[in-house]
Each structure stands twice: as structure tokens, then as C-alpha cells.
Design a protein. Structure first.
Length: 170
């Protein structure tokens, strides 16, 4: 009996390690695209000028919701502001919307980074589409200095992950 329970425990531990390894090799968060106002930022309209704005388009390739925890820039600095834009129409969340230029038909709103989970793509595609269904997400990051990289901290199945995105121009 003791031998069977040890074998069972070893199999469970190996299964858990395998699942963790799979998620570390194939993280569920992917970034579809990145937009910025780098060519416009720095025009002096206040004492510090206009902030740099980056909008990353996250996509959940997993099976359950992703919870965003924190967004950092330029090697672990806190940005001025980081928000999660959610779009309930066919319009993607872009830099112009992050700067406040939202037209009536776009149905895009911005919230705290952890307020909404990022749902898996398959759930969004298979759902009946109505005006409350979130179709697009955008992580908007504002900072007064040029943003060279983003570090997105999130959790998936309670496991913490980090996604680092290099934005610097070569």
C-alpha cells in the first residue's frame, strides 16, 4: 500500500512539473501589435512636454482567463500611467483612443490594469456577439521618457508570468 501511494505522489508531481514546464515554454499571453506616438511625443505643450504612449494589443492563447498584475517599462520603472483599454465594437484599441479621441461608435473604455481579465480567444470567437462582449484589448502605457521596453506581469491559473517586449528602434 505504501509503495502504491509513493508511485501515485511521484506521478502527480511529475504531471505538475510537466504542466508548469509547458506553460513556461509556451506562455499564454501574446502581443499582436504595438502602436506608439514616438514621433509626436516631446512637442512642448507643458513643462514636461507630451508623454510617450505605447499601446500593446494582448491576446490570450490559453484556455482560461489571464489576470494582468502590473506593467513596468525601461527595466523595471513604473510608468506615469498604465491602463487596460477594452473595446466592445470592431474597433481595435489604438494610441488615438488612449489619448482620449474616442468616437461614439467605437465603444472603447479604459480601466485599471487588473479590472478586467483577458479572456481566451476561443471563448470570444465562439460567443454570441452583443454590445457587452469585449472583442479587443489594449494595454496603454504613458511615460515622460522614451519607452524602450515593456514588462507585463500577469497570472495564469494562479502561476505568475512576465512578458518582456523590446520596443527600442534599431
Amino acid at each position: 500500500m505504501f509503495k502504491k501511494s509513493r508511485i501515485f505522489i511521484v506521478v502527480i508531481v511529475m504531471l505538475l512539473v510537466g504542466i508548469l514546464l509547458y506553460f513556461k515554454i509556451n506562455p499564454p499571453l501574446d502581443i499582436r501589435g504595438i502602436g506608439s506616438n514616438a514621433e509626436q511625443a516631446g512637442n512642448v505643450t507643458s513643462d514636461k512636454g507630451n508623454p510617450f504612449v505605447i499601446v500593446a494589443q494582448p491576446e490570450n492563447n490559453g484556455f482560461v482567463n489571464i489576470r494582468l498584475k502590473e506593467v513596468l517599462i525601461n527595466s523595471n520603472e513604473k510608468p506615469i500611467k498604465a491602463e487596460l483599454g477594452v473595446g466592445r465594437s470592431n474597433h481595435m484599441v489604438m494610441v488615438t483612443q488612449a489619448l482620449g479621441n474616442i468616437e461614439e461608435d467605437e465603444e472603447i473604455s479604459f480601466h485599471e490594469i487588473s479590472e478586467y481579465p483577458i479572456r481566451p480567444l476561443t471563448k470570444v470567437q465562439n460567443e454570441q456577439v452583443d454590445s457587452d462582449t469585449i472583442k479587443h484589448y489594449g494595454i496603454a502605457v504613458f511615460h515622460y521618457e522614451k519607452i524602450n521596453n515593456l514588462i507585463i506581469k500577469y497570472s495564469y491559473l494562479g502561476i505568475p508570468f512576465e512578458k518582456e517586449i523590446d520596443i527600442s528602434e534599431d
